[in-house]
Write a protein that binds this ligand. Structure first.
Ligand SMILES: NC(=O)c1ccc[n+]([C@@H]2O[C@H](COP(=O)([O-])OP(=O)(O)OC[C@H]3O[C@@H](n4cnc5c(N)ncnc54)[C@H](O)[C@@H]3O)[C@@H](O)[C@H]2O)c1
Length: 311
């Protein structure tokens, strides 16, 4: 297969591009403007890379006919408040992917949505509940989901699958800085001998999902028979105290958390995905528990098997 991965120099996109190439021996083309993603994530990648803004059409003819698009490119820093920029990159970027798909007859599109569409909604979060995004990032993902729905209604021969990722962690995220997962931030603190700092009293729950499960969800979504939007998570949320326990165990350390006051007026106390729809529509079954995922990640970081271990 010839696959296009937008945002392929980023965290999830690079893991996906390398898996498509390595596991499935697909021909993979990456589109990324390198605004955030890092070339080190693509060490060993053998495909073509088009450096271009996804919202423009400059990449269309260079990419040409492909069998599927995995659309990951986006502004992913949820603290960005520039509404114009967020909507241009995230929503117009997706519009550009859909227009490209029509022009080149690409009938399969898998795109990254987000649990940010649910805001502080009820748990477990299911795809049909009211969407209450709390920031422009979450709002842009709601608009992308709406766009996908109307596109699928107009183009019945296309399959468009939206994946609402929850809190993803794993190799290839170092370039995100403060926007990298809390698991990576806490790992770095412990690694430098500091006590891991979390909001009082570490009981906020997150549905953390290991990037290897997210890659698997994308590969499964490529075989989906009809358009849908589904959650991608572990389905087993853990709190921040538990994350620190798992990190200490994997790293052979014993550092107690240092608690501090949460300065944010808006903060999600819990995320927890309902995965029934993901099982039905894309046969998604997460393989990695929090403990096993953290252990694998720490092994990769400590073993310097991934590019980011050198940073
Ligand atoms: N990491 C998570 O926990 C998480 C959770 C929910 C949803 N998502 C979604 O998953 C996707 C991938 O996220 P990630 O964590 O890998 O983030 P990332 O920031 O590492 O990757 C995004 C990539 O897109 C590229 N990019 C940004 N703007 C671009 C543009 N205009 N044109 C072309 N490329 C552009 C960046 O350079 C980067 O390589 C995003 O759509 C994000 O919203 C991620």
């Amino acid at each position: 297969m010839r696959c296009l991965v937008t945002g392929g120099a980023g965290f999830i996109g690079s893991n996906l591009a390398l898996s498509l190439e390595g596991e499935r021996e697909d021909e993979v083309i990456v589109v990324d403007d390198f605004s955030v993603g890092h070339f080190k994530n693509l060490t060993g990648f053998g495909g073509d890379i088009i450096s271009c803004g996804v919202q423009d059409s400059c990449w269309w003819d260079k990419a040409g006919k492909v069998d599927i698009v995995f659309h990951q490119a986006a502004i992913t820093d949820t603290t960005v408040e520039d509404q114009k920029k967020m909507m241009m990159v995230n929503v117009d970027g997706f519009r550009s992917v859909l227009d490209f798909a029509v022009k080149y007859g690409v009938k399969k599109i898998v795109y990254a949505s987000s649990a940010a569409v649910y805001g502080n909604g009820n748990c477990p979060m299911h795809e049909e509940q009211k969407l209450l995004p709390e920031n422009i990032y979450g709002f842009s993902k709601v608009v992308m989901d709406n766009l996908a729905k109307s596109f699928s209604a107009r183009h019945k021969d296309f399959v468009v699958v939206g994946l609402r990722y929850f809190n993803v962690y794993g190799p290839g995220e170092y370039h995100k800085g403060a926007a990298a997962s809390m698991i990576y931030q806490l790992y770095m603190q412990i690694k430098s001998g500091k006590r891991p700092r979390i909001f009082k009293f570490g009981e906020q729950m997150r549905d953390f999902v290991y990037v290897k499960d997210v890659v698997r969800a994308n590969l499964n979504a490529a075989d989906a028979g009809k358009s849908c939007v589904v959650n991608v998570a572990s389905g087993r949320p853990g709190n921040f105290n538990r994350v620190i326990e798992c990190l200490n165990s994997a790293m052979g350390t014993n550092l107690e958390p240092e608690y501090f006051d949460n300065p944010y007026s808006f903060y999600q106390n819990k995320t927890h995905a309902d995965l029934r729809k993901a099982k039905t529509f894309i046969n998604y079954r997460p393989q990695w528990s929090l403990e096993e995922g953290i252990r694998d990640y720490v092994n990769l970081l400590e073993g310097k098997k991934q590019a980011q271990a050198n940073v």
